[in-house]
Design a protein around this ligand. Structure first.
Ligand code: ATP
Ligand code: MG
Ligand code: MG
Ligand code: MG
Length: 562
């Protein structure tokens, strides 16, 4: 590609809303332009980068035996009613009606649609296992779209779905995907970790997130210093909460030592445990009581009473349906014992205050419950804080916390969707059985941003070679000089013939701005036809990553990059 002909509008200005470096550099480098909140146009440079990721993902999915399909992005509400998610999904699901007044949504994910495909097209165990995937635009009406491609509302995802005859088969399919994901992110040239994530009802370690390590990541990884344990902070919190103090100890403490309302902190301090562990234990011995006041911003909009109201007078009872109607928050019950309210609230605008948690027994309740600190993630969102003072739940070793960006997520689904949607096949014994499913996502567009978060310096992007839109940029510093032009053109032709993606900077610009743009765009190798060419007929080759330079003849330069 010739720079002079490419739509590559680099700028010096950084948009004020761009808080993270990938967002800043993608805009400054002319990769993306914002259409509206959370939606971006990929200009040619951005699209080339996206295609690099797409191609690696596609090759490895195909190699793993998955088959590529393409499903509609618009999905009928009926299917979501069938799966039970029409109500549960919450406001990230963008819903709308067509001219016949039928409900639709924009696909944030495709379990419903692919399960519908399976129940129509797969009848026999002979057709299984099968793994279907697509690379496609998703829409999620994120509450706070930000960070450019990191958290868009419209973004590109690779989503795959496996169908198996039984649980053992599903585990094999899961393992194949887990390995494929390792290959994908290794081939991308990224530093990443696979961590255990919460697999909800399925249990076991059947969900992993793939995290690109970067300080700006929104996720926290918990990594053991002594064994191979690695989990996301939510999953680690669950494992640690299971090591809560015994009920007997807490019951005695709450009853005897601390009659009446007691601050969680004090109890936790006394027991030398995290407040979350106290809360968790208390819920077990409680007869299922929680009172929580919800606020949106500073204005109190909700009060919830689920069973017995203890020690609070200023709350108004609401049932699940009312909560849903008013807040569009998914609410679910966790069972008769323990905390009965489960809210997946966005911590940034929605927080619970003045919560009182406790039991039916006098004196068995606590004030000063801080959901951002005390509730365990299997109870309310991902709120538990883990500190370096916690010990590894597997070996008791020390824990390290690291920031990461979730670029992939694999999940064993079991029969959740196939049962709800009556997606069955006939097994070898003639029985009708529901498919055992798995789902596997990669945030393709987020990978581009994550690569930049991990690899950049003050001058711009430093693309890992496999993800670079161009591997080489040839700078012609004498665009009006025939000798320079011939040399630059020769290099350009020769390198392209070697199969490299090459950008020829043939613009009539000052050398300083050509160097600055080459650095900003992050192209791994820069070949300069400049002063050394005039003096000794040689070009300078420079690595963007190491800054190492060498002066080589044209032949040596092309051989070097071969
Ligand atoms: P997050 O925790 O960041 O909101 P998620 O867990 O909701 O992500 P999944 O449902 O697991 O996302 O989707 C699969 C992958 O899609 C994620 O691992 C992530 O890489 C990507 N992804 C999810 N939401 C977005 C978004 N808003 N913008 C870009 N990529 C996204
Ligand atoms: Mg999300
Ligand atoms: Mg996530
Ligand atoms: Mg996820």
């Amino acid at each position: 590609m010739r720079y002079s002909q490419m739509l590559l509008p680099t700028t010096k200005e950084t948009p004020s809303e761009a808080e993270v470096v990938s967002h800043q550099l993608l805009v400054r480098g002319g990769f993306i332009r914002k259409l509206t909140s959370g939606m971006y146009t990929y200009l040619p440079m951005g699209f080339l980068a996206l295609q690099k990721v797409t191609e690696i993902v596609r090759q490895e999915m195909n190699r793993a035996g998955a088959q590529e399909i393409l499903m509609p992005m618009v999905q009928p509400g009926d299917l979501w009613e069938e799966s039970g998610r029409w109500k549960k999904y919450g406001p990230e699901l963008l819903r709308f009606r067509d001219r016949h007044d039928r409900d639709y949504c924009l696909g944030p994910t495709h379990e419903e649609v692919v399960t519908d495909v399976a129940r129509r097209e797969l009848q026999s165990y002979r057709q299984l296992p099968i793994n279907l995937y697509q690379i496609q635009t998703k829409f999620r009406d994120e509450i706070r779209p930000r960070f450019g491609l990191m958290r868009g509302r419209e973004f590109v995802m690779k989503d795959a779905y496996s169908f198996d005859v039984d649980d053992a088969g599903a585990s094999r399919s899961y393992e194949i995907m887990r390995q494929a994901y390792h290959r994908i992110f290794e081939r991308c040239g990224l530093e990443f970790r696979a961590v255990e994530a919460d697999s909800g009802a399925i249990g076991g370690s059947f969900s992993h997130e793939f995290m690109v390590l970067a300080e700006t990541g929104e996720d926290t990884l918990v990594i053991c210093e002594s064994c191979s344990y690695a989990a996301n902070v939510e999953k680690a919190a669950i494992a640690l909460a299971e090591a809560a103090p015994s009920m007997e100890v807490l019951r005695e403490l709450v009853k005897v030592e601390t009659p009446g309302m007691k601050k969680v902190d004090k109890v936790a301090e006394f027991l030398k445990v995290e407040p979350a562990a106290v809360i968790k234990t208390l819920f077990y011995l409680a007869d299922g009581v929680v009172v929580a006041a919800l606020v949106r911003g500073d204005r109190e909009v909700q009060s919830v009473k689920l069973k017995n109201l203890l020690g609070a007078t200023d709350v108004e009872p609401l049932d699940e349906e009312q909560i849903w109607q008013q807040t569009r928050l998914p609410v679910g019950y966790l069972g008769p014992v323990g905390l009965e309210l489960k809210m997946v609230a966005d911590q940034e605008v929605m927080r619970m205050v003045n919560a009182v948690a406790g039991a039916n027994e006098k004196g068995c309740h606590l004030t000063g419950v801080n959901p951002g600190r005390d509730f365990t993630p299997d109870v309310v969102g991902d709120l538990r804080q883990i500190t370096v003072n916690d010990r590894c739940p597997v070996c008791g070793g020390g824990l390290r916390l690291k920031e990461g960006i979730e670029v992939g997520h694999i999940f064993k689904l079991g029969t959740k969707y196939s049962e709800a949607m009556k997606a069955n096949f006939q097994d070898s014994d003639g029985q009708e059985k529901p498919f055992v499913m798995g789902c596997y996502g990669i945030g393709v567009s987020r990978v581009v941003a994550a690569a930049i978060e991990q690899n950049h310096d003050a001058k711009g992007i430093i693309f890992p070679v496999p993800l670079a839109p161009f591997q080489v940029i040839v700078l012609n510093l004498g665009p009006k000089d025939e000798g320079y032009c011939t040399a630059a053109e020769d290099l350009y032709t020769q390198l392209r013939a070697q199969g490299l993606d090459v950008l020829l900077d043939d613009r009539d610009e000052r050398p300083g701005s050509k160097f600055a743009d080459a650095d900003l765009l992050g192209i791994p190798y820069r070949l300069t036809v400049g002063k050394t060419f005039e003096k000794e007929g040689k070009v300078e080759i420079r690595s963007r990553k190491t800054g190492e330079t060498q002066v080589l003849s044209l032949e040596e330069a092309t051989a070097y990059l071969a």
